[in-house]
Design a protein around this ligand. Structure first.
Ligand code: ADP
Length: 308
């Protein structure tokens, strides 16, 4: 095999109570990538369609992640990457993660799979480090493994766990077309939390994980709260409280900020409810007069998919 075409999915990180450690994989929104073996060693990016992003490998998350993988292996050839970008960078649904995860997944496949998928997470994280300054795994892990993933530990070693989730669980995500600077979405965060809030958040995270495994929708709903980050970050997203209220009214199990925003997600039982939620979310931004994209997706249990 000299060439591979893949679907690199969008992801929702944090999922309310799992700041920096929880993420889920979407099915209906993602990039496509074509990766080819080349005679020359190293990584080239020959084409990016849909967005203006750097072609220089060291400045593109796909190139950085690919180089991190190549450093660990003795390969006589190199790779060329083409990226067909559907996920807008800075939207909060893992645009950079899709490219980083897609690059290492595709190269690993062309190399005859020297690494298991879980091992690819740390290479993809190097790409995330370029995008956001911190090597977090809450987007790249669900993109690579599919479903929900939990980062049990970053240090001293990375441990990622795939979490089972009910088949009828759907995500709705709305991306209001406003720009939030990463620096702003980080600077509003408090570096200390009270014991009381930590206890609440731990209860919710444990409840969510348990609810996902046991397919207990009530427990999932009761647990989808973020006491630590959302109160501060949501201030940067116009219409956030209204969107959240309307989602719950439309039947969603819960709603929160997707990644560092500005996208807002909701989880629902069944596609029909997820569609109603999409309509309610859309109406809020139509009324405010902000352009938006909205996506409805079941949870993608596979992660990255090989198209050809
Ligand atoms: P979000 O998860 O909020 O959508 P991203 O993680 O996509 O945000 O980060 C986007 C940043 O990463 C932008 O500064 C963008 O220029 C940079 N970047 C570099 N390479 C890529 C790539 N291949 N895809 C998307 N963003 C990239």
């Amino acid at each position: 095999m000299d060439s591979i075409k893949i679907f690199a999915p969008a992801t929702i990180a944090n999922v309310s109570c799992g700041f920096d450690i929880l993420g889920l994989c979407l099915d209906t929104v993602g990039d496509e990538m074509v990766i080819k073996k080349t005679k020359e060693k190293g990584i080239t990016i020959s084409k990016i369609v849909g967005q203006t992003l750097p072609l220089e490998a060291k400045k593109n998350v796909a190139g950085v992640a690919a180089l991190a993988l190549l450093e660990k292996i003795d390969s006589d050839f190199g790779f060329d990457i083409e990226i067909y970008k559907n996920i807008k960078p800075g939207s909060g649904i893992g645009s950079s993660a899709a490219s980083a995860a897609g690059a290492v997944f595709g190269i690993n496949a062309l190399l005859g799979e020297p690494f298991i998928t879980k091992e690819l997470v740390s290479f993809a994280m190097e790409g995330e480090k370029l995008a956001s300054g911190s090597a977090h795994a809450d987007n790249v892990a669900p993109a690579l493994l599919g479903g929900f993933t939990l980062v049990r530990s970053y240090e001293p070693s990375l441990e990622v766990i795939k979490i089972n989730s009910p088949k009828e669980l759907y995500a709705t995500v709305i991306h209001p077309q406003i720009e939030i600077k990463t620096a702003d979405s980080r600077s509003v965060l408090k570096q200390q939390v009270t014991l009381k809030l930590a206890v609440k958040q731990m209860g919710n995270l444990g409840g969510l994980i348990s609810g996902l495994f046991t397919e207990d929708y009530n427990l999932i709903s009761n647990s989808l709260h973020d006491e630590i980050v959302e109160p501060y970050r949501s201030i940067l997203i116009p219409g956030f409280e209204e969107v959240k209220q309307k989602c719950i009214k439309a039947g969603a199990l819960g709603s929160g900020i997707s990644g560092s925003g500005p996208s807002i997600f909701a989880l629902s039982k069944g596609e029909a409810t997820a569609k109603k939620v999409a309509e309610s979310m859309s109406n809020v931004y139509k009324n405010i007069g902000i352009d938006f994209d909205v996506h409805i997706s079941k949870i993608n249990q596979k992660g990255i998919k090989i198209l050809s």
